[in-house]
Ligand binder design. Sequence first.
Ligand SMILES: Cc1cc2nc3c(=O)[nH]c(=O)nc-3n(C[C@H](O)[C@H](O)[C@H](O)COP(=O)(O)OP(=O)(O)OC[C@H]3O[C@@H](n4cnc5c(N)ncnc54)[C@H](O)[C@@H]3O)c2cc1C
Length: 408
Amino acid sequence: MIKNVAVIGGGASGYFFAINLALNCSDVKITIFEKTSKILTKVKVSGGGRCNVTNAVSAPNKLAENYPRGKVFLKKLFTKFSSSDTIKWFENQGIILKTEPDNRIFPESDSSQTIIDCFTRIADKYRIELRYNAPVEFIQPTENKLKLNSSELFDYVFVGAGGNSKLEGYNWIDEMNHTIQHPLPSLFTFNIPDKALKGLEGVAVQNVRMKVEKSNLQSEGAFLVTHWGISGPAVLKLSAWGAEELAAINYTFRVFVNFVPSVNPEITRSEIASFKENNKNKLVYGHRLFDLPSRLWERLVELSEIDKTLKWCDLSKQSLNKLAENLTNFPFDTRGKTTFKEEFVTCGGVSLEEVNNETMESFKIPNVYFGGEVLNIDGITGGFNFQAAWSTSWVAAQEVAKKINAIT
Ligand SMILES: Cc1cc2nc3c(=O)[nH]c(=O)nc-3n(C[C@H](O)[C@H](O)[C@H](O)COP(=O)(O)OP(=O)(O)OC[C@H]3O[C@@H](n4cnc5c(N)ncnc54)[C@H](O)[C@@H]3O)c2cc1C
C-alpha cells in the first residue's frame, strides 16, 4: 500500500530528504510543503552564488569538530553519511565537484544552479508533489497517522523548516511538545569603533590568533579589517563558538589579537632585537618585520609611540617591548556585531536531546523526523552547514524508506 509522506520545507534538507526517499522506495507519495513562493532560496545564494556544498574534511570525529552546537550528535551521523559520501552522492548524479585550497568544496560550474537543477530534476522524475505558499502550522498524531494543519493525514512527516532568528518562529514545533533552544545569531563580525583601525579598511593578515578576555574562547585563522571593525575566518570562528557567551555579555568584550601567531612574545622580542642589529641604519617605520601588511605595521609602530624618523639602532628597550606587545597581544574593544552576509546561520532550534541521532526520529512523536537547521546544530563557515543538512536528511530518508519497504 502506498504510504503518504509530508516534507515541511522546500530548502536544502527538505529536498535532500525527499529525493533520497524517492530514490530508495517506490511505494510512496511524497509532498513538499513550502511556505513561500520559492524553493531552495538559500542554496541559490549560498557561497556567493557558487554553493559551498561541503568540506574536504571527512573523518567523522574531525568533521564534527567544526560544529559549535551538534558536535557529539553529528559524530554518529557522520559515520553513516560524511562529506566523502556527499561528494560520491553528487558524482553519482553526474555533478563534478572541486576542492579549493582551503578545503571548501564547490560544483565545478561555480554555480549553485547546478545543485538546484539536480534536486528539481530528481524531484520531477519521481513525481514529488510541491506545494507553494503552503505553511504547515500544526502536526497532530491521530489514529496511527499524522494530521497536518487539522486536515490532511500522512504516515510520516519530515520537518526541514530551517532556522529562525525569532523564538516565535518555532511556536508550532513547541506546540508539538518539543523543547526549543533559544535562537541566537552565529557567524557574525565584530564592531570595533576604535581609531586604531581607522584607515586600515581592507587590510588582511593570513593568520592571527585571537583570544577573548576573561574567557576560554580563542581561534586562529585569517583576519580582515572592515569598515565597522574586524572580520575573517578567525573572527567568524570566535562568533560561532562564542554565540551564546558573547550574546550574554551583549557583544561587549575585549579581544586580544596576536598578529604573529607562529612566534610567541619571547621569540618576537628576540627576533625584533636581531632585526634591529641587522638593520641599524634603516627606519623602523619603513622596514617592517614578519611580513605584515605595511599599513598595519606602520599603525602598530605609531601605536607603540615610535617616531616615524627613528632608526632601528635608536630603538629603546622600552619601545622594543611595547612593539612586541602590540604585535602579539593587541587589544580591541568590541561593541556590537554585524551579520556576516555571506553565510548567516542561527544557533538554537529543536533540542537534540529529543531526537534520535541513529534515525533522526522524534523521541516525542513517532514517525516525525527532523533534519537541517531547524535543529540546534550550526557549523562554522566552510560548507559545514550544508553537510549537516545532507547528513541529517539522508539518515532520516534511509530510516523512513526502511520502514516503508518493510511494510509494503
Ligand atoms: C546567504 C547565505 C549563504 C550561505 N552559504 C552557505 C554555504 O556556502 N555553505 C554552507 O554550508 N552553508 C551556507 N549557508 C547556510 C545554509 O544555507 C543553511 O544551513 C541551509 O540552507 C539549511 O538548510 P535547511 O533546509 O535546514 O533550511 P532552509 O534552507 O532555511 O530551508 C527551510 C525551508 O523551509 C521553509 N519553511 C519554514 N517553515 C515552514 C513551514 N512552517 N511550513 C512550510 N515551509 C516552511 C522555508 O521557507 C525554507 O524554504 C548559507 C546561508 C545563507 C543565508
